[in-house]
Design a protein around this ligand. Sequence first.
Ligand SMILES: Cc1cc2nc3c(=O)[nH]c(=O)nc-3n(C[C@H](O)[C@H](O)[C@H](O)COP(=O)(O)OP(=O)(O)OC[C@H]3O[C@@H](n4cnc5c(N)ncnc54)[C@H](O)[C@@H]3O)c2cc1C
Length: 316
Amino acid sequence: MHDLIIVGGGAAGLAAAAYALDKQLDVMVVYENLGGKINQKFTMHADTDFLIGHILVHLDAPETAPEEVTRLGADTVQEFERQVTTQRGRALFDRVRRVAKEGDVFKVETERSGTLQSAAVIIASGAVPKQLDVPGREFINHGIGYTPVTYARALAGKTAVVIGCTQRALRGAAELARTVAQVYLVAPQFPHNDPILTVLQKRPNVEILEGCTVTEVTGTSSVDTVIVEQSGKVRRLPVDAVFADVGLTPNAAMVKGLVETDADGFIVVDKRNATSVTGLFAAGDVTTVYGEHTLIAIGEGARAALAAHDYLLTRG
Ligand SMILES: Cc1cc2nc3c(=O)[nH]c(=O)nc-3n(C[C@H](O)[C@H](O)[C@H](O)COP(=O)(O)OP(=O)(O)OC[C@H]3O[C@@H](n4cnc5c(N)ncnc54)[C@H](O)[C@@H]3O)c2cc1C
C-alpha cells in the first residue's frame, strides 16, 4: 500500500509529487498525459507572423530572432517531471476510473493496472475546455485557442475574436484589447453590470456582438474568418486568431458521488486543499480555487501535498 496516490501528472500533480518525494513518502503518480496542459501547443499563421507552440517568428523581419511566448512556471513543471520520472516506480501511465474509500484505505481503480491502495489521495486531474461545436473546429490549436491571455503579446496589432461570456472570456478580451488592433467579443448574452464588460464597452477597439452566434470558422492553414449570425443576418469577421472560452469541464468523474463538488462539478476544497472526505485532497484546475494558471496549480499542488503529509503524520 502506498502512502499517497496522486491522480494527474500536470502542474498540480507533479508539484505535489515533488513535495511528497522530498518528504520521502511512498508516492505514486497516475497520469494519462505527463506535463498536462503545459504540453498543449497553439499555432497561428497571420500575414506577417507565425506562432508555433510558444515560438513567435516575424516573417516580415527574418533577421529578428524568434520570440518565446512565456508560460510562467512551465520550466518548473518540467523540472518536477524530471525529478519524478528519474525515480523508479513513482509514475504510472494509466487512467484512473474510480476512487473509493473503504475504512481508512483508498482504493484507486485503474484501467490497466488493477486497483492500487493508499492512505491518502490527491486529485489533480485538471479540467478540459468546453469545445466550440461549429464547422471549422478542426482549427482548434491552429488559430483557435482557449486562452487569450497567453497570446495577447503575440497578437499585437492583429484582429482577434473572443467567443464566450465567462469571466475568463471577458478578462481575456480586456487583456487582448490592450495590444491587438481589433477585438470582437461574441456571445448570445453577456452578464449585465459586469465591471469588465463596462470597461470593454468603452474601448474603441472592441466590438461587442451580443445576441450573436458563431456559425462557422474558416481558413486554409490557419483561421482567417469567423462567420456570425444575428436574427438571420450573417456577418463575416476577418481575423488572425479566435479564442473560444465557453467554460471548463473538470476531470472529476473518478470521484463523482464521493466528494462535494460545486454545481459545475469542480471539487470543493478548503484552505488546506482538503476535500469533504478525510485523507482526500485536491489541487489545480479540477478544484473550485480561483485562477487556472500554471503557477497557481504548482502552489496548490505543493499545499495539497503538505496537507496530505500532515494527515499521514497524524495517522502515525
Ligand atoms: C491552451 C492553454 C494555454 C494555457 N496557457 C497558460 C499560460 O500561458 N500561463 C498559465 O499560467 N496557464 C496557462 N494555461 C493554464 C494551465 O495550463 C493550467 O492552469 C494548468 O496546467 C493546470 O494544471 P493541472 O495540473 O491542474 O491540470 P492539467 O495540466 O490539466 O493536468 C491534468 C493531469 O491529470 C491527468 N488526468 C486527467 N484525468 C485523469 C484520469 N482519469 N486518470 C489519470 N490521469 C488523469 C492528465 O493526463 C494530466 O496529467 C493554459 C491552458 C491551456 C489549455
